[in-house]
Ligand binder design. Structure first.
Ligand code: G3P
Ligand code: CA
Length: 301
């Protein structure tokens, strides 16, 4: 079945599901942005850590630039701080993207050993460019306020249990207005059990399987074996590295899953993946991938 036909069927099925669900919905539930994006018939462009080629990753300037550049979703990473706050940073250590090493005269400073106030006192911009001196690491809540004002977030959990993230999303009325993903499939399963409505993405290959074990001996490319395992999480999107094929994308679609691929920063690879029928590309260069997709669309009559 051709991509557009398959995606069309998915969209119809989703519309029926939404209509069915609407009977039990509040008016405020009508804008289920995540479901709409997952059902999209065109490939999505996802800004990796914002627009991190032109601004320090995982900061508010990076997120705002990704949105201005037309990203359908803005990806970010979060960890837990010493005092239990959710804070937006990729690495488990503060060294690479802040001035923590200079400030505290230590190396390999773990995020979980510092409070949110301590971490937010750091400069997370100068390492990238003097222009961004003084840029702070945002709390997840602050990042969501900035992105969800006009966009949709793709949250990646790097550490901690799902409870605090679920509470934050519920408190802010953001369930299903964004998407949550992780390489930890046990985290995703636990998230799904506690908040079944939330759309999840499964990052692969897995760091940890649904049963808590580390995968061993499974070739890393996307395959029927991975797909059958990842469906146990309850997720709707397989978010994989470039080890996908036309066949594995087809197998995912047959199982009702979308396929997004990370991290794609050149036109040749983007086109190769789009030819395979992938549904989204995660990129450090949102305008470039938007261009790749636009050039493939049909010419106006
Ligand atoms: O969203 C996919 C990608 O962000 C996963 O890798 O290491 O950049 O978080 P990483
Ligand atoms: Ca990430």
């Amino acid at each position: 079945m051709k991509n557009y036909a398959r995606n069309g069927l998915f969209a119809v099925a989703l519309a029926m599901a939404l209509a069915h669900g609407a009977m039990n919905m509040n008016a405020s539930d009508a804008d289920l942005a995540a479901l709409k994006l997952v059902a999209s018939r065109r490939p999505l462009v996802i800004g990796h850590r914002g627009y991190c080629q032109v601004a320090p990753e995982n900061t508010l300037p990076s997120f705002k630039l990704a949105m201005s550049a037309g990203a359908d979703l803005v990806e970010l990473d979060y960890h837990h701080t010493k005092d239990g706050k959710l804070i937006v940073i990729h690495d488990g250590e503060l060294d690479r993207t802040t001035d923590a090493t200079n400030r505290w005269q230590e190396k390999k400073i773990k995020v979980e050993t510092k409070t949110a106030a301590e971490i937010q006192s750091l400069d997370a911009g100068s390492w990238f460019d003097a222009k961004y001196a003084g840029t702070k690491i945002p709390l997840l809540e602050e990042a969501l306020d900035a992105i969800q004002a006009g966009g949709v977030t793709l949250i990646e959990r790097k550490g901690g249990d799902p409870g605090a993230c679920i509470k934050l999303l519920r408190d802010k009325g953001l369930i299903n207005k964004l998407i949550v993903q992780s390489f930890d499939w046990q985290y995703l399963r636990a998230f799904h059990e506690q908040e079944p409505e939330q759309v999840l993405g499964v990052l692969g290959p897995a760091a940890r399987l649904v049963d808590g074990t580390k995968p061993s001996g499974i070739p890393k490319a996307l395959s029927a074996r991975w797909l059958d395992e990842l469906r146990k999480t309850g997720a709707k999107v397989a978010v994989w590295n470039q080890e996908v094929t036309k066949e594995s994308v087809h197998l995912a679609h047959d199982r009702g899953l979308k396929v997004w691929v990370y991290t794609i920063n050149d036109l040749e690879t983007a086109n190769k993946l789009l030819d395979m029928g992938v549904d989204g590309l995660i990129t450090n260069n949102t305008p470039l991938i938007r261009k790749a997709i636009a050039l493939r669309s049909e010419k106006p009559a």
